[in-house]
Design a binder for this molecule. Structure first.
Ligand code: IPM
Ligand code: MG
Length: 357
């Protein structure tokens, strides 16, 4: 039996999570493993119902669960709230409360989606299979921030980016270990020509590379990496980077795969408890229309099975099922192409679930 905390959230969150649960239910039967879901509030819905973006009950139950399945939070309705009362504060809060410092964001281009990719085939060349490892509980997202009125008029605001040796070492270890299991190439992405935090990252990671002689370490500045991802994405295997750079680069990397709606994520800490969510947001403009792509969330569930439940073959079942459905030319509108059959969120989820035998 596995306890899964479910946070559907706002916008398209409920639709894509419902789709992912359909797939989990099939896995549950096939592998004779009961999944017990507890639905919890976080984000805008939590603000509306409790006044808080992250009620204490949500934190407590997540901590006692085996994994957290998350949709997305936020929307224009809550955009005017102060920073610490916004839906996003709930998301950052749960990441911090569960100490899931390592965010794995695989950007894989399914061969069937080559035409949906934002890049030309001659730039894509072979395969795109990049693992972005984003530090998730430190840096500028969590540093001291404030805003003051200036006597001379106007205001001044600041956000600080801070990292300790401990925080860098633990995520770097994930980076090296992950690269070791892949093609053994690790790219550290930073801004060491300007930022002191980046210089500390670089020093530590270079030093640690002595413990991983089998892994080839490269360093790239983040501006250059953003450019290289479009110019020659095939050069990347595992990317290791701090919180905000990882946020930006993973959205960029998703465009190689056809859609933001294709990228799953796993947020892991020291134990097996993890948060699994698509990298995209709540897309309020398309919410409730049954057109959102559920694949990122469904692939996140595959990551849950792999990393939290140690059910590798079930994870593979899901990934294979997605691939088979793409073979049969079914597409949600974001990855639609000529000669393809357009389906909605519910239908796409059903098709994937039905492929799991
Ligand atoms: C993501 C999202 C979040 C982030 C937002 C919604 C706070 O963009 O998971 O990438 O910036 O981490
Ligand atoms: Mg993001």
């Amino acid at each position: 039996m596995k306890k899964i905390a479910v946070i559907r959230g706002d916008g398209i969150g409920p639709e894509i999570v419902n789709g992912a649960i359909k797939v989990l239910d099939v896995i549950s039967k096939k592998y004779n493993t009961p999944f017990v879901y507890t639905h919890l509030l976080m984000g805008g819905v939590a603000i509306d119902e409790t006044g808080l973006p992250l009620p204490k009950e949500t934190i407590d139950i997540c901590k006692r669960s085996d994994a957290v399945l998350l949709g997305s939070v936020g929307g224009p309705k809550w955009d005017k709230l102060p920073g610490d009362k916004r839906p996003e504060a709930g998301l950052l809060g749960i990441r911090k409360a569960l100490e899931v410092f390592a965010n794995l964001r695989p950007a894989i281009l399914f061969p069937q989606l080559k035409e949906a990719s934002a890049l030309k085939p001659e730039v894509l060349k072979g395969n795109i299979d990049i693992m972005v490892i984003r530090e998730l509980t430190g840096g500028i997202y969590f540093g001291e921030k404030s805003r003051i009125d200036l006597p001379s008029g106007g205001q001044k605001a600041w956000d600080t980016m801070a990292y300790s040796t401990y925080e860098i070492e633990r995520i770097a270890r994930v980076g090296f270990e992950t690269a070791r299991k892949r093609t053994k190439k690790l790219t550290l992405v930073d801004k060491a020509n300007v930022l002191e935090t980046s210089r500390l990252w670089r020093e530590i990671v270079l030093k640690m590379s002595a413990d991983y002689p089998d892994v080839t370490l490269e360093v790239q500045l983040v501006d250059s990496c953003a450019m290289q991802l479009i110019k020659n994405p095939g050069q990347f295997d595992t990317i290791l980077t701090e919180n905000m750079f990882g946020d930006i680069l993973s959205d960029e990397a998703s465009m190689l795969t056809g859609s933001l709606g294709m990228l799953p994520s796993a947020s892991l800490g020291n134990g097996t408890l993890g948060i699994y969510e698509p990298i995209h947001g709540s897309a309020p403009d398309i919410a409730g229309k049954d057109i959102a792509n559920p694949i990122a969330t469904i692939m996140s569930v595959a990551m849950m099975l792999r990393y939290s439940f140690n059910m590798e073959s079930a994870a593979k079942d899901i990934e294979d099922a997605v691939s088979k459905v793409l073979d049969t030319k079914y597409r949600t509108v974001d990855i639609m192409g000529a000669g393809m059959k357009c389906v909605g969120t519910i239908e796409m989820s059903k098709l994937i679930a039905n492929e799991i035998k």
